[in-house]
Design a protein around this ligand. Structure first.
Ligand code: IPE
Ligand code: IPE
Ligand code: MG
Ligand code: MG
Length: 287
C-alpha cells in the first residue's frame, strides 16, 4: 500500500503562519527541496545506497527548513546562502533520524512510501542514514562554528533521546521522563535550527536566546502533536503507521495523562488503551 500525501502541505503550513513575503519563502523552500534531490546523483555507485538515499529525501513536510526560512525572513533575510545550507544539513540529519527510527520502530511506511528498511533492507537503511549524517556534516563545514556546534549537540541529543525511549520500553513513564525524551529526540533539533537561523541572520545574543526558547517549545509541541496523531490520526493523511507507540511499549503523553486521570484505564492491556482513548474522546472533530 502506498499513501498519497497532500501536495499542498507547504500552502497549508504557510496559511496558518503570518508571512511578510510568502513568494520568497516558497521560492527558497522549493530550492532547498531541489538541492536535496540533486545531492546524490541518480545512477551513482553503489546504486543501492544512492537509490535509497533519494527515496525519502525532500519528500517530507520540511518543517525545520521552513522554520529556518521564516526566522531568517523575520530577522531581515540576511545570509541566505548559509541559511539554505543550514536547512539542507538539518533536513539531512532529520531524515537520517527517521530512517534509523523506522528500523527501531519496525515502521513500514514513511512519507507515504515504503520505509527505507522495508524497501532496501536493514543493512542498506543503516548505511543510508550514516550517509545522510555524513553529508550533513560536510555541508555544515561552511557555516559558523557555533552553528556547527549547536546542530551537532542536537544530533547527540537525538541519539540520547532515542536511547532513553528504548531503555524505558514497556515502563510506565512520568511526565518528567517523557519531556526529557521528547526534548532530546525532537525539540533539540528544532531548537538548534531556529537558534542557528537567528545567529546566521546576525542578531544579538539576547534575541538568539528568545528564538532558541521559541524553537524548543515549538519542538515540544510538535512531538506532543505527533504523539496525539499516533493515536487518533489516519495513516493515509500522515503517510506513516498509527498506533505504533503503544504497540512498541512506548507510553506517550496521551497514555501517561489518561492513566493518571482515569484509574479504570490503568490496567488496560497494551493496545486496548488506544481504543479507550478514542472511544472516550469527546472532541471528535479533531479526527
Ligand atoms: C517525524 O518528523 C518525526 C518526529 C520528530 C515527530 P516530521 O513529522 O517532521 O516528519 P517529515 O519530515 O514531515 O516526514
Ligand atoms: C521519533 O519519534 C523522533 C525522531 C527523532 C526520529 P517518533 O517515533 O514518534 O516519530 P515517528 O512517529 O516515527 O515519525
Ligand atoms: Mg517512530
Ligand atoms: Mg510518532
Amino acid at each position: 500500500m502506498v499513501f498519497t500525501l497532500s501536495s499542498n502541505i507547504t500552502e497549508e503550513l504557510l496559511n496558518i503562519i503570518q508571512v511578510d513575503d510568502r513568494d520568497q519563502i516558497i521560492e527558497n523552500y522549493t530550492l532547498i527541496g531541489k538541492k536535496l534531490n540533486e545531492l546524490f546523483p541518480t545512477g551513482s555507485e553503489p546504486k543501492n545506497l544512492y537509490t535509497a538515499a533519494n527515496h525519502l529525501l525532500g519528500r517530507g513536510k520540511m518543517l525545520r527548513p521552513l522554520l529556518i526560512l521564516l526566522v531568517n525572513q523575520n530577522l531581515g533575510s540576511k545570509n541566505i546562502n548559509k541559511i539554505i545550507k543550514l536547512s539542507m544539513a538539518v533536513e539531512l540529519l532529520h531524515t537520517a533520524s527517521v530512517i534509523h527510527d523506522d528500523i527501531i520502530d519496525e515502521a513500514d511506511y514513511r512519507r507515504g512510501l515504503p520505509s527505507i528498511h522495508k524497501k532496501f533492507g536493514n543493512e542498506t537503511a543503516i548505511v543510508t542514514g550514516d550517509l545522510l549524517i555524513s553529508m550533513a556534516i560536510k555541508i555544515t563545514s561552511d557555516l559558523d562554528p557555533l552553528t556547527i556546534r549547536w546542530v551537532s549537540e542536537a544530533a547527540i541529543n537525538m541519539s540520547e533521546g532515542e536511547s532513553f525511549e528504548i531503555e524505558y520500553k514497556n515502563q510506565d513513564l512520568n511526565t518528567e521522563m517523557y519531556y526529557n525524551i521528547i526534548k532530546k529526540k525532537t525539540a533539540s533539533l528544532i531548537e538548534s535550527s531556529v537558534a542557528s537561523s537567528a545567529l546566521l541572520s546576525g542578531v544579538s545574543n539576547k534575541l538568539i536566546d528568545s528564538f532558541r526558547t521559541y524553537g524548543l517549545n515549538v519542538g515540544l509541541g510538535f512531538q506532543i502533536r505527533d504523539d496525539i496523531l499516533d493515536i487518533i490520526g489516519k495513516e493515509q493523511t500522515l503517510g506513516k503507521p498509527v498506533g505504533n507507540d503503544i504497540k512498541l511499549g512506548r507510553h506517550n503523553i496521551v497514555h501517561i495523562l489518561t492513566k493518571q486521570t482515569y484509574p479504570e484505564s490503568r490496567n488496560l492491556p497494551g493496545q486496548k488503551i488506544n481504543n479507550y482513548i478514542i472511544n472516550n474522546t469527546t472532541r471528535r472533530e479533531f479526527y
